[in-house]
Design a protein around this ligand. Structure first.
Ligand SMILES: C[S@@+](CC[C@H](N)C(=O)[O-])C[C@H]1O[C@@H](n2cnc3c(N)ncnc32)[C@H](O)[C@@H]1O
Length: 256
């Protein structure tokens, strides 16, 4: 058991693949699926499907929503180190919880991340890291504000906020409209959410919706503006007709 979370807002949980994740008492939710495992979830629901779409690029620009414990960023670095050591990677990641970020230098990460200790410490202390191949910046603040700064920039978006029922403001139609603006036409978005409301909010913004499924993890979603031949497209008109009255989440309903 790690000792880092003495803020009374988090506890630590050992997940199914042997990696530790956290539980937020504020959101009443785990940071990762404890059944899939923190490291594995990040790899199979975000990094592998995203890189299967954009791996031909020599430089890849990633929006990691939200940094949390940093698994999506760190698994990306691991995957690139092992498979594409010469690729340039730029990662931009908003996170509301500054005390969480500060505490991460003491988090009990999987052994696989040991080679990134210098990066973990720099991000935890300064919120920024740069070397010849890598640029990572954390933004301590609201993701909704942060994403408005960017246009046509990201090849990959990891959509990994707390769930739509817990943190709906990061899953609305208007939110995904801002996400669309900051993505490139050839970009790809990954998320663990398979909720119809999530997929609808993406679909209403022009995304095609694909199923990310595997034998040993729970289904997830991939979204893009173009055809992804290797993934099964979700028939959204059919889903909508079978679920009469289904609506995407909207800012106006949440803010009223
Ligand atoms: C599910 S966790 C992210 C897990 C993370 N991707 C990882 O791999 O460890 C969700 C995170 O969103 C943060 N958060 C909640 N609302 C936010 C907002 N409006 N802007 C930025 N971060 C937010 C929470 O503090 C929490 O750390």
């Amino acid at each position: 058991m790690s000792k880092i979370f003495n803020d009374n807002l988090h506890t630590i949980t050992l997940s199914e693949d042997g990696s530790y994740t956290a539980y937020s008492k504020e959101y009443e939710e785990h940071y990762h699926s404890t059944k899939d495992g923190a490291l594995k979830e990040s790899l199979v629901k975000h990094v592998l499907p995203a890189f299967s779409v954009v791996s031909q690029l020599s430089e890849i620009c990633i929006l990691d929503i939200c940094y949390g414990l940093g698994f999506n960023t760190l698994v990306t670095l691991l995957y690139v180190k092992e498979n594409f050591p010469n690729k340039k990677i730029k990662i931009y990641s908003p996170e509301l919880d500054s005390s969480l970020v500060k505490s991460l230098k003491n988090f009990t990460y999987p052994q696989e991340f040991e080679c990134f200790r210098e990066i973990i410490i720099a991000l935890s202390a300064e919120g920024i890291y740069e070397d010849e191949h890598t640029y990572i910046e954390l933004f301590i603040g609201d993701a909704r504000e942060y994403i408005k700064k960017f246009e046509n920039k990201f090849d990959i978006v990891y959509q990994d906020a707390f769930s739509p029922s817990t943190n709906p403001i990061l899953w609305t139609k208007e939110y995904f409209s801002d996400i669309k603006k900051c993505m490139k036409e050839e970009g790809v978005l990954t998320t663990y959410s398979i909720a119809l409301k999530t997929r609808l909010a993406l679909y209403e913004n022009g995304f095609k919706i694909y199923l990310n499924s595997g034998e040993d993890f729970r289904d997830a979603t991939i979204a893009s503006f173009f055809e992804l031949a290797r993934y099964e497209e979700v028939n959204m008109p059919h889903k909508i007709s079978c679920n009469k009255g289904v609506l995407s989440l909207r800012d106006a309903t949440l803010l009223n």
